[in-house]
Design a protein. Structure first.
Length: 254
């Protein structure tokens, strides 16, 4: 079939309205760092308490490092068949996690994930209020819908791989340089504020869910054996007739 003269022009116009996969990865990284990690940044600001220029420089380096890491993750995991489905799943989950951390002051670890899976319907429905649904719609469902509708121009597989490798090298170099330059600051910060890493989404609920699911596997059988069977009570000759009172405290989470 013979192509009409208008078809190449229409194709060029359609191509101008699309974005490359690398650009989409940049946008996604910016959304996760700037819009979906409010609880992390609030804790980060409280921990650093910036007053000097060096403190603000450290915060800026942290943001740039996270941006680079998110970009690299989306670049590696994002393909023609996985990029949009990945974001459609991660965006609502991350928005929900951010809401609960910001509203209730919790962090997400293995035990929090266990509580989520083991909660009953009544407790779950109590959390689905108007505030949560609004937050989920604005920060999760809406961005997911926008990414789903985003026209992305994908290249052939090996061309895409070469392009990703070419762009990932300088981004990796920048991330490594930032990490090396502020290594002592990061080490000190996360040693003193271990809960910081538990507020960074989506890595917190991904690792916590993985740990929880691993714990559901078959457990090693534990043999219960009595010990100290040769122990016996020795009563002194001058012992009081009334035994002393003993107070037992059982402290734990209900």
């Amino acid at each position: 079939m013979k192509l009409s003269p208008l078809q190449p022009a229409e194709a060029r116009k359609r191509l101008k309205r699309t974005v490359t996969l690398e650009t989409a990865c940049l946008i996604a990284a910016a959304v996760f760092v700037l819009a979906l990690n409010g609880p992390f940044w609030r804790k980060m600001l409280a921990a650093v308490s910036p007053s000097a220029a060096s403190d603000w420089l450290f915060l800026g380096a942290t943001g740039l490092l996270l941006f680079a890491l998110f970009y690299l993750a989306f670049t590696v995991l994002g393909t023609r068949h996985t990029f949009k489905p990945l974001l459609i799943v991660l965006l609502p989950l991350t928005a929900a996690a951010g809401y609960f951390m910001g509203t209730y002051g919790v962090v997400i670890d293995k035990h929090m994930v266990q509580n989520t899976f083991e909660t009953n319907t009544s407790e779950a429905l109590d959390l689905l209020n108007a505030s949560f649904l609004t937050h989920l719609a604005l920060f999760g469902i809406l961005p997911a819908a926008l990414f789903a509708a985003l026209p992305i121009a994908y290249r052939p597989f090996w061309s895409e791989v070469r392009r990703k490798a070419l762009l990932s090298v300088p981004v990796t170099a920048v991330a490594a340089a930032l990490l090396w330059s502020f290594l002592m600051d990061f080490t000190s910060l996360f040693r003193e504020h271990e809960d910081l890493k538990l507020t960074l989404t989506p890595s917190n609920y991904i690792t916590a869910t993985s740990a929880y699911l691993k714990g559901l596997g078959p457990q090693r059988a534990i043999a219960v054996r009595p010990f100290g069977e040769d122990a016996h009570i020795v009563h002194p000759a001058n012992a009081a007739a009334t035994p002393p009172a003993v107070t037992v405290l059982v402290i734990g989470e209900t």
